[in-house]
Design a protein around this ligand. Sequence first.
Ligand SMILES: Cc1ncc(COP(=O)(O)O)c(C=O)c1O
Length: 442
Amino acid sequence: MADPVDLHVADLHPAVDDPALNSMNFLNEVAQHYPDAVSLAAGRPYEEFFDVAALHRHLERFRRHLADDLGQSPAQVRRTLLQYGRTKGIVHHLVARNLAVDEGMTVDPEAIVVTVGCQEAMFLVLRALRADPRDVLLAVAPTYVGLTGAARLLDLPVRPVRGGPAGIDLADLREQVRLARAAGLRPRACYVMPDFANPSGTSIGLADRRRLLDLAAEEDLLLLEDNPYGLFPASDAGRPPTLKALDTARRVVYLGSFAKTVLPGARVGYVVADQRVAGADGTVGLLADQLAKIKSMVTVNTSAIAQAVVGGALLEHGCSLAAATVRERAAYGRNLRHLVDGLARRFPAGTSPVRWNVPAGGFFVVVSVPFGVDDALLHRSAREYGLLWTPMAHFYDDGAPVDALRLSVSAVTPDQIDLGLDRLAALVADEMARRAATADVG
Ligand SMILES: Cc1ncc(COP(=O)(O)O)c(C=O)c1O
């Protein structure tokens, strides 16, 4: 006899059965099921750049920093590295230096909370902002699924704002704020990824960044700026300053990740939350301190050992991750150009209905095809063509079919890109023929 069940999903938080929370598991399972398929799905860093020996070097570099630069005694060093630690983190001063060096941002280290990946940073901010059942989050669509999933766990509805080729449709943002308020809702913030967004690959230009900040001030809206890919422009043209660097009115909460620039296994990210928060007793503190209270009940503190590894990596390069990732930037840029050129060769303009965008950097390209792209097609692509990609429908919250897929260039070589694109071309040709045949019969 089968074991009786003890609990029903229906009795758990509804988020556990939500597509947003199942998305990553589903994609991982497909990938595990077809280990030999070429993966243009994974947005992971290129593993050949990982170096186990660097861990020891970074730890030792950070230990010396504690002793020599901060004057800690051996007992203090031991405590800093091995004991429960400061909730807001122990590499906050190095993160602030990094933001100054790489982004031209002046940030008070006290306004930084070092988190367990950017994912925890998003969770803390959303937890803090969601204060009332009328609260909603606006997010540029398509949206990173980790953001949507975190919002679900917090019972915070996400309302989409049109992204479009310019990265954000500002008129639609204004309209969505108006519609939400007219419905009695409180839009607490808008989530944006101005640099080489995941999944769209789009970036927001300088003029629109300024307009977005103006709009946020006019509408009294916070902006959540997520920037894991900003250090990977595909050319020397660079990119505009971050929203946070342009922010003179503390409108922007900045979310950072070391997953793509140092190593994902460390699980270290951070949030810059310099907003001033008035307490009931009239005292004024930083939003970062409120986030730290939440963090103390979620992860207590970010692993000191993981922070030390990241801290050592920062110190080794004068706190410049741009300097630390020269090799990565070159490889990802080369791959992105290779992918876009390869698409153009296989799907010639004029004869092919397949379209794609040409991002200025980052890991991702969106390819539009003349047929629906769903999980069943992904399975078929993996099984019959040996190719993995991500259905764009996973990045929209409404479950509607989307005729597009996301390709990622971060975890592959140019040869694998060629192989993957050959397989994609075969899949697209067969799918179009199949649909044409069905239409004829119909
Ligand atoms: C846009 C975006 N935000 C956040 C994250 C999560 O970062 P972390 O690994 O630091 O939690 C990712 C990871 O892929 C991402 O693409």
